[in-house]
Write a protein that binds this ligand. Structure first.
Ligand code: SAH
Ligand code: SF4
Ligand code: F3S
Length: 476
């Protein structure tokens, strides 16, 4: 399923003629699909291309280099890439016709890893295909593309090379983007849930050394970042090398990060129930910087379906785990992921999922209809569920989850929460920030509060956001 290194391809017509170290700024457009790890990777791609004179632009029209950073998790996500490529091809033709130079088109991310060869066949306008572990090679690939022959490159799953090439210095030279940032600490997955492509597109679990993570976090804090979200496909399986040369844990990493001046909030996502260790639960009890929000997907509430999914834990273990977490941190907001219509899921199994949701009570959740992915075991399992049935289940599940989310938000009314202001709102003198529980909070406040953490009294809560007013009205 994975394509590996370097096969020459025909160069598509109109690719940008000059990708050398030229002085004039070139326009780079990156479109990101999928998870936060792709968002982080897109920023890193912009970082490695900046020294080559590429500056980000916010539309593909007129761009000299367009990268689609793709997601393979569900069929619809993967198919979007091809319709987007068709549009880019036309845009490039118009650009060339205008005499405005060419446009290099690259496909990066998980579709690139899973279907590299096929992308080239289905859309010959693509100049470059680059897998998620090979972004540090982009400058070299670009130069080679410019030398009249395109190259395609997959990944050989050597994530350390990618991260080694991305230095804190690059972060220091980046433009300011606000007080929050993603920071990838772990990549890949060894769990092999039967429905999921991630172990194939991102490779085996691998963690960055703690020193590298801390250096990057310090560079972010120096730039004014107040909150980092540590990222990994299995972030709580983090076991990067610690200062003593031995494997660290996510909890130890969180303690070290909390020491960095200016870094007031630490989040992490996404976790697996089996890696939710005692030291991490304890860290939630005594580390103020560790935010009381945990994304802990369960996918289904029936033991039979959990077994078929190869989730490696049962329903009761998950429910007990949530109880232990809430003992350590009573106000912990729990978020989840769910899949309905997994092969073999009966009405009874689905009722078990609804029952689990009622027992756990979620502050938010993502829920999906099962999408068969080529090459995964579940795609050929017996008992594929009819789409209509799956959709009906999705609607019922979402109604319950939205009800819980709305109740969780409404329950904040009257409380005072610390809000990190991130951006201006739609209206004049309105600022939007995040509560410790990751809720969006709308407040009447002046711009100078952006980047600050300020107490806010919550006035009301709806399904997707809260309204509040500054406790200290003098700062409006
Ligand atoms: N590592 C995380 C999730 C990674 S993928 C975990 O273990 O939970 C993000 C979410 O996409 C998953 O939690 C799952 O709910 C959903 N997903 C993954 N594969 C899917 C598929 N084939 N069909 C539908 N949803 C899927
Ligand atoms: Fe996919 Fe399962 Fe790994 Fe999560 S734990 S990334 S769902 S295989
Ligand atoms: Fe999608 Fe790859 Fe992330 S498949 S969800 S972009 S790891």
């Amino acid at each position: 399923m994975t394509d590996t290194l370097e096969k020459p391809i025909e160069k598509a017509e109109g690719a940008a003629p000059d990708q050398g170290l030229a002085a004039a700024p070139k326009r780079l457009f990156i479109k990101t699909y999928g998870c936060q790890m792709n968002v982080y990777d897109s920023e890193r791609m912009a970082d490695v291309l900046r020294p080559l004179g590429y500056a980000p632009t916010d539309a593909p029209e007129g761009a000299d280099f367009v990268i689609l950073n793709t997601c393979h998790i569900r069929e619809r996500a993967a198919e979007k890439v091809y319709s987007e490529l068709g549009k880019l091809k036309q845009m490039r033709e118009r650009k060339v016709a205008r005499g405005d130079g060419g446009m290099t088109i690259a496909v990066a991310g998980c579709v690139a890893q899973a279907e590299g060869e096929e992308i080239m066949k289905r859309q010959p306008a693509v100049d470059l295909v680059v897998g998620p572990q090979a972004y540090h090679q982009l400058p070299e690939l670009l130069t080679r593309t410019a030398r009249a022959r395109g190259e395609r490159i997959g990944a050989d799953f050597a994530p350390h090379e990618k991260f080694d090439a991305l230095t804190p210095k690059m972060i220091a030279t980046r433009g300011g983007e606000g007080p929050t940032a993603f920071l990838t600490v772990q990549e890949g997955c060894d769990k092999f849930c039967t429905f999921c492509v991630v172990p194939y597109t991102r490779g085996a679990e691998w963690s960055r050394p703690a020193a590298a993570v801390l250096a990057e976090a310090r560079a972010l804090a120096d730039r004014g970042v107040r909150e980092v979200t540590l990222l990994g496909q299995n972030v709580n399986a983090y076991d990067g090398e610690g200062p003593d040369g031995k494997p660290s844990t996510l909890a130890r990493l969180a303690y070290a990060l909390a020491e960095i001046p200016g870094l007031d909030r630490i989040r992490y996502t996404t976790s697996h129930a089996n890696d939710m260790s005692d030291d991490l639960i304890a860290a939630h009890a005594d580390l103020d910087a560790l935010m009381p929000y945990l994304h802990l997907p369960v996918q289904a509430g029936s033991d039979r379906v959990l077994r078929l999914m190869n989730r490696k834990h049962g329903r009761q273990k998950y429910i007990d785990l949530i109880a232990r977490i809430r003992t350590a941190r009573p106000d912990m907001a729990i978020a989840g992921d769910f899949i309905v219509g997994f092969p073999g899921e009966t009405d009874r199994d689905f009722e078990d999922t609804l029952d689990l949701v009622r027992q756990v009570t979620y502050a938010g959740a993502f829920s999906f209809v099962y999408s068969p992915r080529p090459g995964t075991p579940a795609a050929t399992m017996a008992g594929q569920v009819e789409e209509g049935v799956a959709l009906e289940r999705l609607h019922r599940l979402q109604a319950l989850l939205f009800e819980q989310q709305t109740a969780f938000n409404a329950a904040q009314t009257g409380k005072t929460l610390n809000v990190l202001f991130e951006k201006k709102g739609r209206y004049d003198r309105q600022a939007i920030g995040r509560s410790p529980y990751l809720q969006a909070v709308h407040v009447e406040a002046a711009d100078h509060l952006l980047g600050q953490i300020v107490p806010v009294e919550i006035v009301s809560g709806a399904q997707n956001s809260l309204n509040g007013r500054l406790v200290d009205q003098g700062t409006i």
